[in-house]
Write a new protein. Structure first.
Length: 246
Protein backbone atom coordinates (compact mmCIF):
# COMPACT_ATOMS: atom_id res chain seq x y z
CA UNK A 1 0.00 0.00 0.00
CA UNK A 2 1.25 3.45 -0.93
CA UNK A 3 0.08 6.30 1.32
CA UNK A 4 0.59 10.05 0.78
CA UNK A 5 -0.15 12.43 3.64
CA UNK A 6 -0.54 16.09 2.66
CA UNK A 7 -0.24 17.56 6.11
CA UNK A 8 2.03 19.09 8.71
CA UNK A 9 3.60 18.09 12.03
CA UNK A 10 0.45 16.19 13.06
CA UNK A 11 0.69 13.88 10.03
CA UNK A 12 4.41 13.67 10.80
CA UNK A 13 3.49 12.36 14.25
CA UNK A 14 0.96 9.93 12.81
CA UNK A 15 3.25 8.44 10.16
CA UNK A 16 6.50 8.20 12.16
CA UNK A 17 6.11 4.46 12.86
CA UNK A 18 3.55 3.35 10.27
CA UNK A 19 6.03 1.74 7.87
CA UNK A 20 7.87 -0.02 10.71
CA UNK A 21 4.62 -1.25 12.27
CA UNK A 22 3.54 -2.73 8.96
CA UNK A 23 6.94 -4.33 8.37
CA UNK A 24 6.80 -5.97 11.81
CA UNK A 25 3.66 -7.79 10.59
CA UNK A 26 5.15 -8.57 7.17
CA UNK A 27 2.88 -5.99 5.55
CA UNK A 28 4.21 -3.43 3.10
CA UNK A 29 3.17 0.20 3.57
CA UNK A 30 5.17 2.96 1.93
CA UNK A 31 4.23 6.31 3.44
CA UNK A 32 5.24 9.76 2.27
CA UNK A 33 4.47 12.80 4.42
CA UNK A 34 4.54 16.30 2.94
CA UNK A 35 5.68 18.43 5.85
CA UNK A 36 5.34 22.15 6.52
CA UNK A 37 4.96 22.95 10.20
CA UNK A 38 1.47 24.26 11.03
CA UNK A 39 0.35 24.11 7.40
CA UNK A 40 -3.34 24.89 6.98
CA UNK A 41 -5.69 23.84 4.22
CA UNK A 42 -5.57 27.39 2.87
CA UNK A 43 -1.78 27.26 2.61
CA UNK A 44 -1.91 23.82 0.97
CA UNK A 45 -4.36 25.27 -1.53
CA UNK A 46 -2.16 28.30 -2.29
CA UNK A 47 0.89 26.06 -2.59
CA UNK A 48 -1.08 23.90 -5.00
CA UNK A 49 -2.00 26.91 -7.15
CA UNK A 50 1.58 28.18 -7.17
CA UNK A 51 3.12 24.72 -7.58
CA UNK A 52 5.48 25.60 -4.73
CA UNK A 53 8.15 23.08 -3.80
CA UNK A 54 7.94 24.07 -0.14
CA UNK A 55 7.29 20.66 1.40
CA UNK A 56 9.93 18.64 3.21
CA UNK A 57 9.62 15.11 1.89
CA UNK A 58 9.46 12.51 4.65
CA UNK A 59 9.65 8.86 3.64
CA UNK A 60 8.61 6.03 5.97
CA UNK A 61 8.91 8.22 9.05
CA UNK A 62 12.23 9.83 8.21
CA UNK A 63 13.34 13.11 6.65
CA UNK A 64 14.97 12.86 3.23
CA UNK A 65 16.37 16.37 2.81
CA UNK A 66 14.36 16.86 -0.39
CA UNK A 67 11.72 19.52 -1.03
CA UNK A 68 8.81 18.91 -3.38
CA UNK A 69 5.51 20.40 -4.51
CA UNK A 70 2.13 18.74 -4.07
CA UNK A 71 2.04 18.09 -7.81
CA UNK A 72 5.45 16.42 -7.82
CA UNK A 73 4.43 14.16 -4.96
CA UNK A 74 1.10 13.25 -6.52
CA UNK A 75 2.72 12.32 -9.83
CA UNK A 76 5.67 10.45 -8.31
CA UNK A 77 3.79 7.11 -8.14
CA UNK A 78 0.35 5.49 -8.12
CA UNK A 79 -1.08 6.20 -4.67
CA UNK A 80 -3.56 3.94 -2.90
CA UNK A 81 -4.50 6.39 -0.15
CA UNK A 82 -4.09 10.17 0.09
CA UNK A 83 -4.87 12.01 3.32
CA UNK A 84 -5.79 15.63 3.94
CA UNK A 85 -6.18 17.52 7.22
CA UNK A 86 -6.62 20.97 8.68
CA UNK A 87 -4.02 22.72 10.85
CA UNK A 88 -4.73 22.00 14.51
CA UNK A 89 -5.60 25.58 15.64
CA UNK A 90 -8.22 25.78 12.87
CA UNK A 91 -9.52 22.22 13.16
CA UNK A 92 -12.46 23.09 15.48
CA UNK A 93 -13.64 25.78 13.06
CA UNK A 94 -15.60 24.17 10.23
CA UNK A 95 -15.82 27.44 8.31
CA UNK A 96 -12.03 27.47 7.79
CA UNK A 97 -12.02 24.27 5.72
CA UNK A 98 -13.73 25.66 2.65
CA UNK A 99 -13.28 26.36 -0.19
CA UNK A 100 -9.75 25.02 0.26
CA UNK A 101 -10.53 21.39 1.09
CA UNK A 102 -12.90 20.99 -1.85
CA UNK A 103 -10.36 22.45 -4.24
CA UNK A 104 -7.57 20.24 -2.89
CA UNK A 105 -9.79 17.15 -3.03
CA UNK A 106 -10.73 17.86 -6.64
CA UNK A 107 -7.07 18.37 -7.58
CA UNK A 108 -6.03 15.14 -5.86
CA UNK A 109 -8.74 13.22 -7.66
CA UNK A 110 -7.77 14.65 -11.04
CA UNK A 111 -4.15 13.66 -10.49
CA UNK A 112 -4.85 10.30 -8.83
CA UNK A 113 -8.35 9.13 -9.82
CA UNK A 114 -7.88 5.64 -8.39
CA UNK A 115 -6.60 6.71 -4.96
CA UNK A 116 -8.83 6.69 -1.89
CA UNK A 117 -9.28 10.09 -0.26
CA UNK A 118 -9.10 9.95 3.54
CA UNK A 119 -9.45 12.74 6.09
CA UNK A 120 -7.01 12.71 9.00
CA UNK A 121 -8.71 13.99 12.14
CA UNK A 122 -6.39 15.98 14.40
CA UNK A 123 -6.60 16.07 18.21
CA UNK A 124 -7.26 18.36 21.16
CA UNK A 125 -4.59 20.05 23.24
CA UNK A 126 -3.46 18.92 26.67
CA UNK A 127 -5.63 19.38 29.74
CA UNK A 128 -4.95 22.69 31.53
CA UNK A 129 -2.37 23.90 29.00
CA UNK A 130 -1.92 27.51 27.93
CA UNK A 131 -2.42 26.43 24.34
CA UNK A 132 -5.80 24.91 25.19
CA UNK A 133 -7.10 27.59 27.53
CA UNK A 134 -5.66 30.81 26.13
CA UNK A 135 -4.86 30.13 22.48
CA UNK A 136 -7.64 27.73 21.48
CA UNK A 137 -10.04 29.17 24.07
CA UNK A 138 -11.47 25.89 25.36
CA UNK A 139 -11.98 25.02 29.04
CA UNK A 140 -11.33 21.29 28.49
CA UNK A 141 -9.87 18.97 25.85
CA UNK A 142 -13.31 17.35 25.62
CA UNK A 143 -14.95 20.61 24.56
CA UNK A 144 -12.28 21.25 21.94
CA UNK A 145 -12.51 17.68 20.66
CA UNK A 146 -16.28 17.90 20.27
CA UNK A 147 -15.85 20.79 17.83
CA UNK A 148 -12.91 19.10 16.08
CA UNK A 149 -14.92 15.90 15.56
CA UNK A 150 -17.93 17.76 14.21
CA UNK A 151 -15.82 19.89 11.84
CA UNK A 152 -14.05 16.87 10.37
CA UNK A 153 -17.31 14.98 9.93
CA UNK A 154 -18.76 17.93 8.02
CA UNK A 155 -15.60 18.21 5.93
CA UNK A 156 -15.44 14.50 5.07
CA UNK A 157 -19.07 14.46 4.04
CA UNK A 158 -18.66 17.61 1.95
CA UNK A 159 -15.87 16.12 -0.18
CA UNK A 160 -17.27 12.56 -0.15
CA UNK A 161 -14.14 11.20 1.48
CA UNK A 162 -13.73 7.46 1.78
CA UNK A 163 -13.31 7.76 5.52
CA UNK A 164 -11.81 9.49 8.55
CA UNK A 165 -8.83 8.35 10.59
CA UNK A 166 -10.05 9.30 14.11
CA UNK A 167 -6.73 10.26 15.70
CA UNK A 168 -8.30 12.87 17.96
CA UNK A 169 -10.92 10.45 19.21
CA UNK A 170 -8.19 7.89 19.91
CA UNK A 171 -6.22 10.37 22.04
CA UNK A 172 -9.39 11.24 23.96
CA UNK A 173 -10.06 7.53 24.59
CA UNK A 174 -6.48 6.92 25.72
CA UNK A 175 -6.72 9.74 28.25
CA UNK A 176 -10.01 8.42 29.60
CA UNK A 177 -8.59 4.88 29.80
CA UNK A 178 -5.77 5.62 32.21
CA UNK A 179 -3.00 6.96 29.99
CA UNK A 180 -1.77 10.09 31.81
CA UNK A 181 0.00 11.76 28.89
CA UNK A 182 -0.24 11.54 25.10
CA UNK A 183 1.38 14.90 24.23
CA UNK A 184 5.03 15.94 24.35
CA UNK A 185 4.62 19.72 24.40
CA UNK A 186 0.88 20.06 25.15
CA UNK A 187 -0.09 19.66 21.48
CA UNK A 188 2.18 17.35 19.48
CA UNK A 189 2.07 13.60 20.11
CA UNK A 190 4.56 12.12 22.55
CA UNK A 191 7.54 10.53 20.78
CA UNK A 192 6.82 7.06 22.13
CA UNK A 193 3.27 6.26 23.17
CA UNK A 194 1.49 9.04 21.27
CA UNK A 195 3.13 8.41 17.92
CA UNK A 196 2.94 4.64 18.39
CA UNK A 197 -0.80 4.80 19.08
CA UNK A 198 -1.36 6.93 15.99
CA UNK A 199 0.66 4.57 13.83
CA UNK A 200 -1.34 1.59 15.06
CA UNK A 201 -4.57 3.46 14.37
CA UNK A 202 -3.54 4.24 10.79
CA UNK A 203 -2.55 0.59 10.36
CA UNK A 204 -5.95 -0.59 11.61
CA UNK A 205 -7.94 1.97 9.64
CA UNK A 206 -6.11 1.44 6.35
CA UNK A 207 -5.47 -2.31 6.43
CA UNK A 208 -8.55 -3.32 8.42
CA UNK A 209 -6.66 -5.61 10.79
CA UNK A 210 -6.76 -6.03 14.55
CA UNK A 211 -3.68 -4.85 16.45
CA UNK A 212 -4.31 -7.01 19.54
CA UNK A 213 -1.41 -9.34 18.74
CA UNK A 214 0.60 -6.86 16.72
CA UNK A 215 4.35 -7.32 16.87
CA UNK A 216 6.21 -4.51 18.64
CA UNK A 217 8.65 -2.20 16.89
CA UNK A 218 11.37 -0.04 18.49
CA UNK A 219 10.19 3.44 19.59
CA UNK A 220 11.98 6.72 20.19
CA UNK A 221 10.74 6.66 23.80
CA UNK A 222 9.89 3.56 25.89
CA UNK A 223 6.37 2.60 26.95
CA UNK A 224 5.30 0.11 29.61
CA UNK A 225 3.53 -3.21 29.06
CA UNK A 226 0.45 -1.73 30.77
CA UNK A 227 0.43 1.23 28.39
CA UNK A 228 0.95 -1.08 25.44
CA UNK A 229 -2.11 -3.12 26.38
CA UNK A 230 -4.27 -0.01 26.80
CA UNK A 231 -3.13 1.42 23.46
CA UNK A 232 -3.93 -1.77 21.57
CA UNK A 233 -7.35 -2.13 23.18
CA UNK A 234 -8.24 1.49 22.43
CA UNK A 235 -7.08 1.23 18.81
CA UNK A 236 -9.06 -1.97 18.24
CA UNK A 237 -12.21 -0.26 19.53
CA UNK A 238 -12.32 1.77 16.31
CA UNK A 239 -13.71 0.36 13.08
CA UNK A 240 -11.43 0.23 10.04
CA UNK A 241 -12.32 2.30 7.01
CA UNK A 242 -14.62 0.55 4.57
CA UNK A 243 -13.06 1.39 1.23
CA UNK A 244 -15.95 -0.19 -0.64
CA UNK A 245 -18.21 2.74 0.27
CA UNK A 246 -18.41 6.23 -1.35
Amino acid sequence: MKVLAIGNSFSQDATRYLHDLARAEHEKIEVINLYIGGCSLERHYRNMLGDKADYQLECNGHQTGFFVSIKEALLSREWDVITLQQASPLSPKAATYEPYLSELAAYVRRMQPHAKLVIHQTWAYEEGSHRLLEIAGYPTPQSMMADVKQAYEIAAKHVCANGIIPSGELFAKLCSSGIPKVHRDTFHASLGLGRYALGLLWYRCLLGKSVADHAFCPLDEPITDRELAIVKACVDSFDPIDFHTV
